[in-house]
Design a protein around this ligand. Structure first.
Ligand code: ZN
Length: 297
């Protein structure tokens, strides 16, 4: 393992422990996609401001922007910088939607605390095979694993390269999948979409109930953007301990940049970067509050 493997920012809290605590407290840990300095800094700031654990999730999709070792470097560098200070809450570095085993290995080696292998586009047996392989490798290094069973529909502004065909998760299959893979968290498809909803958001709560009754590990909801608070809270009460939010954070940053460019086309890039960060922070903070209904003011 590399020198990064100490993962001081986890404060000794593993992915599994972080999610188990969330289940016990009936809250959800927010997973925000990171791909550059502004997004990493925004997630860190929100972790400090809210005092809640946060997962910084680098998508394999964003490897052109930043590789796992780059995120670890940014995080360590920011935590050492005098203006930042240490966050109050444990952080996790998570690999989001990895299609390749090699990407998971890269993240594990870089010092990530959890990875998501997404073989959900394959049939059940192949999904099990690929997930098991990652579980074996990751667990050997104390790294948690999330996998997905079923498929999310692609909404507007979706930035995922997965199929985008909605296939709701079957509760019996979910139980079998967890037993056969030894995975630590399971992403389920119960009506959320990647991107923004095209119509009225709808969650199949009965299905989520059935999955929760058959599966003992924490559940993960992807496509948090635009999901109404009452539906999120209903999902959290049914075992969802991690919710991914990506699209809305990106749209907030892009909106802030567009507004500034309209009025000040000569603005300095450093200023734009800060405005993008501020817009990300307020969107992220709103979701962290939403995911902690018990502590929300
Ligand atoms: Zn996703």
């Amino acid at each position: 393992m590399t020198r990064f493997a100490e993962r001081p920012w986890t404060q000794g809290v593993s992915f599994t422990e972080m999610l188990a605590k969330a289940v016990a407290e009936r809250v959800a840990v927010a997973a925000f996609n990171v791909y550059d300095l502004a997004s990493v800094r925004a997630a860190l700031t929100v972790a400090q401001q809210t005092g809640q654990p946060i997962l910084l999730a680098l998508g394999e999709r964003y490897f052109k922007n930043l590789r796992p070792v780059g995120v670890v470097g940014l995080l360590n560098g920011l935590l050492e910088s005098p203006t930042m200070g240490a966050p109050l809450s444990p952080l996790g570095l998570h690999l989001d939607h990895a299609l390749a085993y090699e990407s998971c290995v890269e993240a594990v080696t870089a010092g990530f605390s959890s990875v998501m292998i997404d073989a959900s586009q394959f049939d059940f047996a192949e999904n099990v095979r690929q997930t098991r392989a990652v579980v074996e490798r990751a667990h050997a290094h104390g790294v948690g694993v999330e996998a997905e069973l079923g498929g999310l529909a692609a909404g507007m502004a979706s930035h995922e390269f997965v199929s985008g065909q909605e296939l709701l998760t079957d509760p019996d299959q979910a139980a079998e999948f967890v037993a056969q893979t030894g995975v630590d968290a399971l992403a389920v498809s119960v009506g959320t979409v990647h991107g923004l909803y095209k119509g009225e958001p709808h969650l199949d709560l009965e299905r989520l109930d059935a999955i929760q009754h058959r599966v003992s590990i924490p559940l993960v909801l992807h496509g948090g953007s635009g999901t109404p608070a009452d539906l999120l809270h209903a999902a959290i009460r049914r075992g969802v301990a991690k919710v991914n939010v990506n699209t809305e954070v990106s749209l907030a940053a892009v909106g802030a940049i567009a507004a500034t460019l309209r009025d000040h086309p000569q603005v300095h890039m450093a200023e734009l970067d800060q405005q993008a960060q501020a817009a990300m922070e307020s969107t992220m903070a709103r979701y962290v509050q939403l995911f902690h209904p018990a502590t929300a003011h």
